[in-house]
Each structure stands twice: as C-alpha cells, then as structure tokens.
Design a binder for this molecule. Structure first.
Ligand SMILES: Cc1cc2nc3c(=O)[nH]c(=O)nc-3n(C[C@H](O)[C@H](O)[C@H](O)COP(=O)(O)O)c2cc1C
Length: 333
C-alpha cells in the first residue's frame, strides 16, 4: 500500500456534507463522558512525559491546559518514578494541577500488578494506559527481546486493578485479531495508536545510528487500524490516535465509531514553540473546529456522529474489503 504508508490513512475517509443541518450553533454540544469523567470534547492529551526533574514543568503545563479546556490527559511512563521516588513529583503535578479532570496513569503492558497499583495511586488516576511497543523495542539497542506472556499479564491486570485498563499501541496500530484477543482478555478500553504520526521505530533507529532504518514504515495506518478494531467485536471503547492532526480527522474517527481521539506530538510541539497560553488557544480552536465540522455533517452531539455517513475510499477501502469488513454500511447510513 505505498500511498498509505507514511500517512495515517484519514485522507481515504470522507465525510458527507450536509447543506441542511437544521441546527443552531448554540445547540451544538461537544461534551462527552469517558471512564466516568465529563469532558468538554472527546479529546485527550496522550502520554508524553515525566521522570526527569526538567520535565515537571511540561506535565504541569499539559495538566493546566487539560484543566482549562476540559479535556483528558495521560501522563508518560511512570517507570522512572517507581524506580526513583525523587522524580514522583514530575507526575503528581499533573493531578495537583487538574484535581477533577480525567487523568490516566501509564506503564508498559509488561508491568506487575504492584507497579500498576503504585502508578494509579501516584496520580490518583481514573484509569491506566498499558502500552505495547514491540517495534520500538526491537529497534532500540537496549530494547526488550521477549514479548511472550503479555496477554496473560494484561488479563490479570484487568481483573485485579480497581480502575479501568486501556491498552494502547504507540504508532504501529492494532489489527482486528489483536483487538479480539484483548477483548477476550477482558479489556474494555483501547487506544489503537496507529501508524502515520510520531514514529518511534524511526526515532529509535536514528538514535541507534542506523542509516537505513529497516522497519521505519512498519505499522497499520491509523484509519485502517481504527476500522479493524471497530469490527473486532462489541463493547469496547476505542480511542483513535497516531497522526491525528485536525478536527476534520477527529470527526472522521468519531464518525467511524471511535469514542475519543488523542494527540501527543503536536501538543508538545505547540507547548514548546508557543508556550502554555499557545497550547490553550490551540486546544480551544481545535474544539471550535470540531463544532464546525459537526455542524457541517449535521450532528448536534458526538454520539450522533456514528449515525452519519462515512465514505471509505482508495487503499483503505481496498484493504478493509480484503480483510472482510463491509465498508458500504458506513457510506449508506
Ligand atoms: C515525546 C514523546 C514521549 C512519549 N512517551 C510515551 C510514554 O511514556 N508512554 C506512552 O504510552 N506513549 C508515549 N508516547 C506516545 C504517544 O502517547 C502517542 O501514542 C504517539 O506519540 C502517537 O501519537 P501522535 O502521532 O499524536 O504523537 C510519547 C510520544 C512522544 C511524542
């Protein structure tokens, strides 16, 4: 699929314009709930950082922006704070700055129950993200080599943790079979983390000094992974992420059936380049644009989007058809 490689695949998903939305701008309501928390929009700042004294300020500003705009947030991997209590405050600051908002803990899907409990406790998390990153580990010089036992570990974490578990990929996506296996293990929340955005295989390859990074284009484009995941079974809330960059793409993901969308890399870049106020402006404008696109397809609330037509074209359509997924039902709603 050469044209899709390097991209998230959202260009192949098309929304259908509604010239008669019969809605008043003031009636539009982007709010939703996720893991029992109310959000101003179905949007989350995905896991980014923590663990070094100098990044405390980044989590502080991300959390302030999440609180100011009413969206969710996940902290970065808390491994460092489990090993060194001195850097705990680089994570706990996120809860201090946003005492009532949706905040997710974050660790590798290989963590133990004790570690997961400590991570949740550390930030008084509403849930925990457990990440899968096989491609990144294989590219890292010091990376993991044993990936067996992960599903059994996730299963015992889901059954023993007091908060919801969200399993996420970080840029290679999840196929229908992976999602079905996770659902069978009891997982009810996923972030498909598809290909097309921040690319850890490429980042780690460069870090390791590789000239031609052999697997830098490995992964399921986000649009493909999202639709595979949505066709894997019932009862799972799916977060769409990985190269999701515009409000129109967010509406495409929500129309496909995602519950929430998440972004990481772009939000960090905005914070670094435009400062904390710039980040709040960026998120606020993103939500305004979300409303605009909702008006243009005639949806008053995010939940109504999943009844609106979505035309799946090009290589994404070809892929999904070959995988046995009926794409016409999306176009003819
Ligand atoms: C600087 C940086 C650090 C990240 N650290 C983590 C992490 O600790 N844990 C994790 O699950 N994901 C981590 N991610 C992955 C993101 O949460 C997200 O899954 C990925 O970047 C794809 O989204 P994007 O294309 O919007 O950036 C990190 C991403 C970036 C850019």
């Amino acid at each position: 699929m050469p044209e899709v490689l390097g991209q998230s695949g959202f260009a192949d998903l098309r929304l259908v314009h509604n010239a008669l939305p019969e809605l008043n701008w003031d009636q539009l309501d982007t709010s939703c709930s996720f893991m029992g928390k109310q959000l101003s929009a179905p949007l989350m700042i995905n896991a980014l950082t923590g663990g070094h004294a100098e990044v405390r300020v980044i989590n502080r500003e991300l959390a302030r922006a999440a609180a100011a705009t009413g969206i969710g947030m996940a902290v970065g991997s808390q491994r460092a704070a489990l090993e060194d209590p001195m850097v705990r405050d680089t994570f706990t600051i996120a809860r201090e700055e946003n005492p009532r908002g949706l905040l997710l803990a974050n660790l590798s899907a290989f963590c133990t129950l004790e570690e997961a409990l400590a991570a949740v406790d550390m930030v008084e998390a509403d849930g925990i993200q457990l990440y899968l990153n096989v491609s990144q580990e294989l590219t890292m010089r010091e990376g993991e080599a044993n990936f067996s036992g992960c599903l059994a570990n996730i299963k015992q974490l889901v059954h023993n943790l007091p908060v919801p578990v969200l399993v996420k990929e970080i840029g290679c996506g999840m196929a229908l079979e992976t999602v079905a296996a996770l659902a069978k293990a009891g997982v009810r929340y996923l972030d498909i983390g598809g290909y097309g955005g921040t690319n850890f295989t490429a980042i780690e390859g460069k870090r390791a000094g590789e000239i031609n990074i052999p697997l830098e284009k490995w992964g399921l484009p986000t649009a493909i992974s999202l639709l595979e995941a949505l066709n894997a079974g019932m009862g799972i809330s799916i977060v769409a992420s990985g190269g999701l960059r515009t409000a129109e793409e967010a509406v495409k993901a929500l129309t496909a059936g995602a519950t929430l969308v998440a972004m990481a890399g772009p939000l960090l870049r905005v914070l670094m380049q435009e400062g904390p106020e710039g980040l709040v402006v960026y998120i606020t404008e993103f939500i305004t644009n979300l409303r605009r696109v909702m008006m243009l397809v005639g949806a008053q609330k995010p939940v109504e989007l999943s009844q609106k037509p979505l035309v799946i074209t090009g290589l994404v359509a070809e892929w999904l058809e070959r995988r046995g997924i009926d794409i016409n039902r999306y176009a003819r709603r």
